[in-house]
Ligand binder design. Sequence first.
Ligand code: FAD
Length: 334
Amino acid sequence: MNFEDYRGVWVFVEEKDGAPAPVSLELLGAGRKLADKRKTELAGVLIGENNGALAKTVLEYGADKVYVYDDPIYRFYRTETYMKAMLDCVEKHKPEILLYGATSTGKDLASAVATDLPTGLTADTTQLDVEEDTGLLLASRPAFGGNIMATILCKKYRPQMATVRPKVMKALPRQEAASGEVVKESLPLREDDIRTKVLEIVRSTTRHVRIDEADVIVAGGKGLGGPAGFQVVHRLAEALGAAVGASRDVVEAGWIEHHHQVGQTGLTVTPKVYFAIGISGAIQHVVGMQNSGLIIAINKDPAAPIFQTCHYGIVGDALTVVPMLTEAFLSALA
Ligand code: FAD
């Protein structure tokens, strides 16, 4: 493998409801820094149907170039079609670094591409840097229960690939006057050759705000005693228009679905305000929320570790304190 053939930093730009997913914009911001340090170009890869207008948005958020695969066969995400497009693009244009958002689509695509290309993949990265002279990507992520940050290198193969957690990188301000190159790509794929068919898309009817996009999260833990006690969390979240988060023990007890779980084996979140209610503050939970803007903990044990992480703490029974807070917020916001 000749490393000299591989140039540029790429971002897979995931589309969500006709716009780039927030994490893709964050990655364009992070990718811009890597590309500038390496004195190379930043490119986005767009795969979809009627996605021409999105190409301009990708340039406006920092890319020098966008590779566009635009075909009805890419209308819905399918591992097979998107993987074929990405492999085609990588084989033709050879990036040095290729980043994906650590969303369900990004993780699926990155791992499928990594099974075909002779290269590695660092999952769930939270910090990125590059060695200016060698181009070696320094992809860091929490390891061993969040007690250390491991920096993972891919020394022998190219491209170097990583999935990056949402909300940890910063998007650049949009530059509406930005221009760049749009490269149209195509592949002779036939629907009959694709094994997966999308018959219907059923939108989730959940009324909950997503925790990875929320400004305010009200999270509850095992201290709430059971699903009935956990309702105080739902009511406070509703009063504040917030998302509901949970510790792993709550998810494992079946009080709420896994996509509400915060922490090492759940999601990393950085809301402006995070309420930790009846949550002990185990390291595996804290790694997922410690970068929140304002952390307010409510716990009946004054020695609970969560009080080491929070900005404000209330020592008391959550089943009494939280309904009082909810009432106070409801009247203040009425
Ligand atoms: P507990 O530890 O049982 O704490 C309950 C807290 O509530 C206590 O502090 C108690 O004082 C308080 N309390 C009790 N009653 C009341 C009341 N009436 N009012 C107020 N406070 C009260 N955990 C995660 O959260 N996310 C993860 O992603 C995650 N990943 C993990 C990965 C690995 C490999 C391992 C080993 C563990 C992981 N865990 C994770 C589990 C983690 O170690 C803890 O077990 C878990 O976070 C504890 O959940 P908890 O705080 O809800 O419950």
